[in-house]
Design a protein around this ligand. Structure first.
Ligand code: SAH
Ligand code: ZN
Ligand code: ZN
Ligand code: ZN
Ligand code: ZN
Length: 454
């Protein structure tokens, strides 16, 4: 595994060999994706590791190979070259230009509306020639322009930027939930499908919810104005559009006329939870600062959509959050979507700082309300009398282990060697390397029992 996201810095975790994130650092050098993050390379047992900067957004060196030791002297020539490189690696059109292009595009008769699939770009007739040997789509309809997430290819880079789009019913569920909770504005961070569904619903009558999309995928700037989309990196809280874009976001968070705001985010699952948390805290601070007296000690309401096995990591950074049992389904994710033969379990959940009892989950999908826990839970999630809570994380019925004093997955058993519950098939010899996902020793991330469905 390359890049920085591997073993993240967690104060409560034994020091393991690997990489740890120290976070955004003042004065950090920049790559085309904004300020780099500071990491430290640790070797087993050693106290101090060597620190270096690496790209915040790309975990694969192939996508962005920015690297600099923290104590490295960088010559003027190299700095100049780097700046030049960063400039050259910005998108070929600015957001403003894309907005103007869009205005011209919608004026075209449908026979002249083309979308280049190779360049992922709306084409104006004067540009056809340049793309003549590219594949393109014709007769682009207004409906297609209103659902860019269906027109664009989902980015597929496994490590950096895989885009997993919500299945319709999960997206509908989220929107209905937001409305029922009384929110009229949604800060959509890395949720283009949710954004576009809100937008198209808003054009219908009797539905007044607004959304601002923050995403690193600049292709969306072809379809949205500067008030609807900001090119944003959620791993370092970088607004590519500078102060103007930041101001757009700030204005959006200011709750005029009692229009309440919620932030919804569905980041890539690749890790870097602490980098995400640090950015989300900055967005929360932005919200708090818009109101002088209003929300002194309150937090901006938030839905953070993420796999359940990150629960403890998320709670480390946001103790006010709780995990909902609702299983978020995706359209293009082989593992997480509904199969033809009934339902495959999705590990993706909603983490929120709203009161759990307010998050009403659909009974027709098998969720029920537990009066003791005061929240909706999966049908298979049984209330454990000893733990005094509904303990299942994956929707199946879990069993209580009296030695571990907690509930565990149904397929686990208590191993006296390891002194904990685990899969029947495991080796008791431990290594010192903590697992990135659950933090426990004895296995690597790829073999993490939390990730397996058995
Ligand atoms: N389920 C969501 C999409 C989630 S996929 C939906 O259907 O709307 C993750 C999203 O995060 C993608 O849109 C991707 O472009 C965006 N993303 C990935 N890395 C990012 C980064 N560093 N900063 C901001 N957005 C990022
Ligand atoms: Zn092209
Ligand atoms: Zn319960
Ligand atoms: Zn229990
Ligand atoms: Zn046990």
């Amino acid at each position: 595994e390359g890049g920085g996201a591997m073993a993240a810095a967690d104060p409560g975790r034994p020091r393991a060999a690997g990489l740890a994130l120290l976070g955004p650092a003042p004065g950090a050098p920049s790559c085309p994706h904004g300020p780099a993050l500071l990491f430290v390379k640790t070797s087993q047992g050693k106290e101090e590791g060597r620190r270096f900067y690496a790209c915040s957004a790309c975990r694969d060196r192939k996508d962005c190979n920015f690297f600099q030791w923290e104590d490295e002297k960088v010559s003027e020539t190299r700095l100049a070259a780097r700046e030049e490189y960063n400039r050259n690696h910005q998108p070929s059109f600015t957001h403003r230009q894309n907005v103007d292009r869009y205005k011209n595009f919608v004026l075209l008769p449908s026979s002249k509306r083309r979308f280049c699939q190779e360049c992922q770009q709306l084409l104006l007739p004067a540009e056809w020639e340049k793309h003549s040997d590219h594949q393109f789509l014709c007769d682009i309809t207004t409906a297609q322009l209103k659902s860019p997430s269906q027109l664009l290819y989902p980015l597929e880079n496994k490590k950096t930027n895989a885009q997993y789009l919500f299945a319709d019913r999960s997206c509908q569920f989220l929107i209905n939930l937001l409305i029922d909770l009384g929110f009229r504005r949604v800060l959509s961070v890395g949720t283009p499908r949710l954004h576009e569904m809100i937008q198209s619903k808003s054009s219908q009558e009797e539905f007044s919810v607004r959304s601002l999309l923050l995403d690193i995928d600049f292709r969306y700037s072809q379809f949205y104005t500067e008030d609807e989309f900001c090119h944003y990196n959620m791993f370092n809280h970088h607004f590519f559009g500078g102060e103007a874009a930041r101001e757009t976001c700030r204005k959006f968070l200011y709750e005029e006329n009692g229009e309440r705001v919620i932030m919804v985010t569905d980041p890539p699952f690749g890790g870097l939870v602490e980098a995400l948390a640090s950015s989300f805290k900055k967005l929360m601070a932005m919200w708090r600062e818009t109101e002088k007296e209003g929300h002194d000690n309150k937090e901006m309401p938030m839905f953070w959509i993420f796999p359940y096995f990150f629960e403890s990591r998320i709670l480390d950074f946001f103790p006010s959050f709780s995990m909902m049992d609702y299983q978020v389904d995706y359209e293009n994710h082989a593992l997480y979507k509904h199969g033809k033969t009934g339902r495959r379990q999705s590990p993706v959940r909603i983490f929120t700082n709203l009161t759990p009892s307010m998050i009403v989950l659909p009974e027709e999908e098998g969720y029920r309300f537990c009066t003791v826990c005061q929240r909706y839970v999966s049908s298979g999630n049984q209330h454990c009398e000893i733990c005094n809570s509904c303990t299942s994380k994956d929707g199946r019925r879990w069993k209580h282990c009296v030695v571990c004093k907690k509930c565990v997955k149904p397929s686990w058993f208590h191993c006296n060697n390891c002194n904990c519950c685990t899969l029947q098939k495991h080796s008791c010899d431990k290594t010192d390397v903590g697992c990135f996902v659950c933090g426990k020793a004895g296995h690597k991330r790829s073999a993490c029992p939390s990730l397996s469905c058995s």
